[in-house]
Each structure stands twice: as C-alpha cells, then as structure tokens.
Write a protein that binds this ligand. Structure first.
Ligand SMILES: CC(C)(COP(=O)([O-])OP(=O)([O-])OC[C@H]1O[C@@H](n2cnc3c(N)ncnc32)[C@H](O)[C@@H]1OP(=O)([O-])[O-])[C@@H](O)C(=O)NCCC(=O)NCCSC(=O)C[C@@](C)(O)CC(=O)[O-]
Ligand SMILES: NC(=O)C1=CN([C@@H]2O[C@H](COP(=O)(O)OP(=O)(O)OC[C@H]3O[C@@H](n4cnc5c(N)ncnc54)[C@H](OP(=O)(O)O)[C@@H]3O)[C@@H](O)[C@H]2O)C=CC1
Length: 424
C-alpha cells in the first residue's frame, strides 16, 4: 500500500488498533513503533542514565497527526503533548492544506554558533581584527576537537567577532559558526568553544569567560509555506478575518505571544516526541520573533494571494538532531523517527516547521470564525470527565451531556456522572 497520511476515523479506533493502522499507512513494521506503548518504551534503567537522581518516569500522551503532505511526501507525525485539541488541530489544517498540495519547506545549512566572551581587552576594535586575522588557526583548533564531525562533512564554517557594549565595558565576543550535520550540536560546539577560548583570548588581548552556544540559532533556519483554499475555508469574508487576526499578531506583542504559542504547540510536540531539546527550540523561536524595529512580533505571516486564498509562511530556527541528546537512547524517540521516515536532521526540522505552521493556521482559523472553545473544549471535555472519575466506558456519555448542557466544567461533570450512575 503506498504510504499515506490520510487515515479517516483513526480517532474511533482503540490505541492498539490505531498504532497498527498508523504503521500500515506509513509502511513500517508495527514492531518498529511498539515503543510508543509504555510497556516497551523508556525503562527506569535507561532513564537512570539520562538525568540525575531519577525516581520515576513521567508519561506524556503521544498522538499521531494525520493528513500531512510535506514536499509532496505523505507524513504521519508523532506529537507528544498534554494539551487537548492540538493533534486534532494540526490534522485539520493539514487536511485543508492538501487541497493545494500540502506544505513546501526549505532550510539553511545546519550551522550552530558558539560564543566566546573575552573581557578586559584594552583595544576591542583591534582585538576583533586580530582574531579575524587568526581565523584559519582558530578553525583548525576547533575542528581538531571533533574529527568525526569533520569526517561527516561538518565542522567550523567561519568565525565572526562582535563587540558588545555593556554597562561594565565592551566585550569582544567571538562566534564559532559550526555545521553540525545531523546533531542538534550543543555539546559539539561547546566543546570547540572551550578548546579555543584560551588561544582566542591571548590573540585578542583579554581573558576568556563564557564559552557556550547561542540558542539564537539564526544561521539554522527552516521555512514552511502552504496555501489554504478560500472556498474550503468558507469564502472571502473568512479569508479577510483570518488575515485580520494574523495582522493583529504581527502588530501587537500581546497577541503575538499567543499566536506564537500556537505555533509552538505544534513545534514542541514533535520536538519532544523525537527526544530533542524543547527549551532550546523555544528559546530560538522567541528570540527570532523580533521585528526590524525591535518589537516582539509573530513568527508567521498570512497573506491573500491573487486567487483569494490564504498563503501562510513561517520561518524560525530549528536546532534538532537525529543523533545525540536523548534521541538515540529513548526508544519512543527512535520509534518516532522511524514513523517520520526522516534521513537527516534537516528533513526532521522541516517537518516540524510545517507542523508549527499547520497548528498556527488551525488556531487562527478557529479564532477568526467560531472561536476556539467549541472545538477545543469538546476535546478538553474528555479530560474533565476523566478528572471527575468517569471510567473509560462512562466518558462518552458524560462528555455528550456536559457539551449539550454547554457546561464543560468539573462541578457539572460530577453532577452528570452522579445522575448517570443513578440511572437518571
Ligand atoms: C478541534 C478542531 C479540529 C475541530 O474542528 P471540526 O471542524 O469540528 O473537526 P471535524 O470533525 O470536521 O474534523 C476535521 C479534521 O480535524 C481533525 N480532527 C477533528 N477532530 C478530531 C479528533 N477528535 N481526533 C483526531 N482528529 C480530529 C481530523 O483530521 C478531521 O478530518 P478527518 O481526518 O477525520 O477527515 C478545530 O476546531 C480546530 O482546529 N480548532 C483549533 C484548536 C486549537 O488550536 N487547539 C490548540 C489549543 S488552543 C491554544 O493553546 C492555541 C491558541 C488558540 O491560543 C493559539 C492562538 O491563540 O493563536
Ligand atoms: N543551551 C543548550 O541548548 C544546551 C543544550 N545541551 C544539550 O546538548 C544535547 C545536544 O548536543 P549534541 O552535540 O547534539 O549532542 P551529542 O554530543 O550527544 O551528539 C553530537 C555527536 O554525535 C556524533 N554524531 C554521529 N553521527 C553524526 C552526524 N551524522 N552528524 C553529527 N554528529 C554525529 C558526533 O560525535 P562523535 O564525533 O563522537 O561521533 C557529534 O559530536 C541536547 O541534549 C541538549 O539538551 C547542552 C548544553 C546546552
């Protein structure tokens, strides 16, 4: 069966049947994603070697977003999140995007930057020039720290030197710009920065202090683009309102924060599912959301094209890896990468960016039409029913009643559950 991400009715299956259906649709052995089941997932033994003082494991729901087409390839996307309606929303937007071919993505080379702060330089302008004169020596010294990375085609691409004025003086800050290939790259570039710091400080005429990567990974950018069909959305007025909603986010930091949170609902769920560093990706994204005038703004842009459809675009740093960090040691993260069928970190990064754009569009479409609550709370109602003690068998009836009563609250769910159990 050709690989497809269009699985209708996936929501109506049991968890086990869903996993089987997803494996079949993705064309992978069901055993290769068995680790999605906690019984075959991260064990305490593994966990005890990942972080310190391990006392247990926190499970996070892992859902599969459907309908995605990215660069003409069908993709089923694992999303780890505690928030209801996120997986549904991403699937919904991906379904609408299919009408015009899904998502098109692109990315720069996987270049991460490490900073070396040099303090006490009497002549910082000259210190900067002296460091640039020593470019080849410093590159060779840095590359010598990770010969295998260089063998993979990675390694230092360039050195930049910035002068940063602070309240207590001007710092000479050297940036190592390193192609880290299929790694997220933090450990790799931090090792290089520590190795060159002493020599760089001697050349600059100061003392080395901070040697650490920057999470403002703006040399490692990903872009996603998709067209959302006006007729499918409900016509020109809906398109106008979606454009208005996005324009507010572009102009107003208060709205931009929530608009971007919507993007990160999708991004962080896939970053987490693949064992990558969510904090690094989020720090990079929000540091990138600064306009030319210095104002915090939205990361995505929505425009009306010549056919009256919505064209949505997103660009953000995406420092994720296929090797390194938890990705290699977490069985469920390995299963997620198998399901995604990605061969390089860039392919993973681009799919994540497409999911962020899908999530963002679904939210803004809902907000600009019916509001967020109908869709979101209908799915959140299941959490509320479970919270008040409904069994799996009782949840559907409790959900139906609290939605029908338009009272999706725990206290009403408790009354409904009591009535159901009393046969009322
Ligand atoms: C929730 C929907 C999708 C319902 O929307 P709907 O139109 O009632 O859904 P539908 O039943 O017509 O289904 C349409 C498609 O959505 C998916 N879908 C639909 N329901 C399910 C489900 N139960 N399980 C799995 N998939 C589901 C599924 O793909 C389905 O098509 P199919 O593939 O079946 O042919 C819609 O209202 C929506 O997209 N809402 C946006 C919700 C959202 O953004 N949630 C994120 C949390 S809110 C937040 O934190 C972000 C925010 C809002 O603050 C960001 C911002 O402010 O910008
Ligand atoms: N501020 C931040 O964001 C920070 C993040 N971190 C953490 O660092 C971790 C990520 O760092 P990272 O350097 O990726 O981790 P690793 O050092 O674990 O992985 C990178 C290493 O993987 C090996 N490797 C094998 N195949 C490849 C390939 N195809 N491409 C590239 N490298 C390959 C290389 O090591 P070899 O040459 O030995 O084979 C490379 O140095 C994350 O867990 C993150 O949380 C740490 C500090 C700060």
């Amino acid at each position: 069966m050709p690989r497809t991400s269009r699985i209708q009715g996936l929501r109506d299956l049991t968890v086990e049947a869903r996993r089987k259906s997803v494996a079949e649709a993705a064309g992978v052995d069901p055993e290769s994603i068995a680790a999605f089941d906690p019984a075959h997932g991260l064990g305490l033994g593994h966990a005890d070697h990942m972080i310190e003082n391990v006392a247990g494991i926190l499970g996070v729901p892992l859902g599969i977003a459907t309908n995605f087409v990215v660069n003409r390839a069908e993709v089923l996307v694992p999303m780890a999140t505690e928030e209801a309606s996120v997986v549904a929303a991403a699937s919904n937007a991906a379904k609408i995007a299919r009408v015009h071919g899904g998502f098109t993505t692109s990315s720069t080379a996987p270049v991460m930057q490490a900073q070396v702060q040099i303090v006490g330089v009497a002549d910082p302008e000259a210190g900067r020039v002296r460091l640039l004169e020593a470019r080849e020596e410093l590159i060779a010294l840095a590359n010598a720290q990770d010969e295998r990375l260089v063998e993979f085609g990675g390694g230092v691409r360039d050195i930049a030197v910035r002068l940063v004025s602070s309240r207590v003086g001007t710092y000479v800050v050297a940036h190592l710009q390193v192609d880290v290939r299929d790694a997220m790259g933090a450990n790799a570039v931090n090792t290089m920065a520590e190795a060159v710091a002493g020599r760089a400080a001697d050349i600059a005429g100061g003392r080395p202090l901070l040697r650490i990567l920057t999470n403002k990974a703006d040399l490692r950018l990903c872009r996603a683009r998709a067209v959302f069909d006006a007729a499918t959305l409900g016509g020109a007025e809906v398109v106008d309102d979606i454009i208005h909603a996005a324009a507010l986010a572009e102009a107003d930091p208060y709205r931009a924060a929530t608009h971007n949170k919507g993007i990160m609902n999708g991004v962080s769920a896939v970053v987490l599912a693949t064992g990558n560093d969510t904090r690094a990706v989020e720090a990079g994204a929000h540091s990138h959301a600064i306009s030319e005038s210095g104002r915090y703004t939205s990361l995505s842009r929505f425009e009306r094209d010549s056919d009256g459809n919505v064209v949505a675009t997103l660009e953000l740093p995406m420092p994720v890896g296929l090797v390194g960090g938890a990705t290699k040691v977490h069985p469920a993260a390995q299963a997620a990468l198998t399901l995604l069928g990605v061969r390089t970190a860039a392919e993973l990064a681009e799919i994540i960016t497409a999911v962020g754009l899908a999530q963002n569009f679904a939210a803004v479409r809902a907000l600009a039409t019916e509001g967020i609550q109908r869709g979101h709370m209908a799915l959140h109602a299941r959490n509320i029913a479970t919270t008040v003690g409904a069994t799996a068998e009782e949840v559907p009836a409790v959900v139906a009643r609290i939605i029908a009563d338009k009272k999706v609250h725990a206290d009403h769910a408790e009354r409904v559950l009591a009535d159901l159990r009393a046969g009322r």
